[in-house]
Design a protein around this ligand. Structure first.
Ligand SMILES: Cc1cc2nc3c(=O)[nH]c(=O)nc-3n(C[C@H](O)[C@H](O)[C@H](O)COP(=O)(O)O)c2cc1C
Length: 169
């Protein structure tokens, strides 16, 4: 973890609304030697089952979802504004179609076998505890179904234990 130091989740000095919703994050996972990443701007961090957790939502067609399902582990990594174009690229093209990590110029690093990127300013390492696909019946506000799921590609929500947090020194 070159240039990074470990902090505890409760030491994080970040606003989750800005961090995830505005600055965006990369969800990165590895399975069978394949690393993939995608941009996400929906999710959160909090407490569940007396554990520090992060939650993310992945649509069924995401290649990254395959790797998260297989490995049960992923990182969430966060970047300075200068990487916004890179995050936009990684959130527009699928790793199924292009060697997008190579094209992005980001350098893969590993922590306890979980991939993230050397350029991150913050990385959160997660182990899945719970996964559930959203179902149309469960929506109380049905307008959300029409608005976000015209193709019925409902997200799966993952609640994952935060195992480690690294910040750039
Ligand atoms: C700003 C932004 C936020 C995104 N948030 C999510 C998200 O929370 N969940 C999701 O499934 N896809 C999200 N996406 C779309 C994926 O990043 C995109 O489909 C990506 O190409 C998937 O790559 P993959 O197939 O290599 O996994 C977002 C894209 C952008 C640009």
């Amino acid at each position: 973890m070159q240039n990074f130091k470990e902090i505890s989740p409760k030491e994080l000095q970040e606003n989750a609304f800005k961090l995830i919703g505005k600055d965006w994050m990369l969800v990165t996972s590895e399975a069978d030697g394949i690393v993939n990443t995608m941009t996400a701007s929906w999710g959160g961090m909090g407490v569940m089952w007396a554990k520090n957790v992060a939650f993310v939502v992945l649509r069924p067609q995401r290649y990254t979802k395959e790797l998260v399902d297989e490995s049960g582990r992923f990182s969430l990594s966060f970047y300075n504004e200068e990487f916004k174009k890179t995050l936009n690229y990684l959130g527009t093209v699928s790793g199924r179609d292009e060697s997008k990590i190579e094209n992005s110029g980001l350098k893969v690093a590993f922590e306890d076998g979980v991939p993230y990127f050397q350029e991150a300013r913050l990385a959160v390492f997660c182990k899945n505890l719970y996964a559930q696909k959203y179902t149309p019946e469960s929506f109380i506000d049905k307008k959300l179904v029409d608005l976000w799921y015209p193709k019925s590609d409902f997200h799966t929500m993952y609640i994952a234990e935060i195992e480690k947090v690294l910040v750039k020194e």
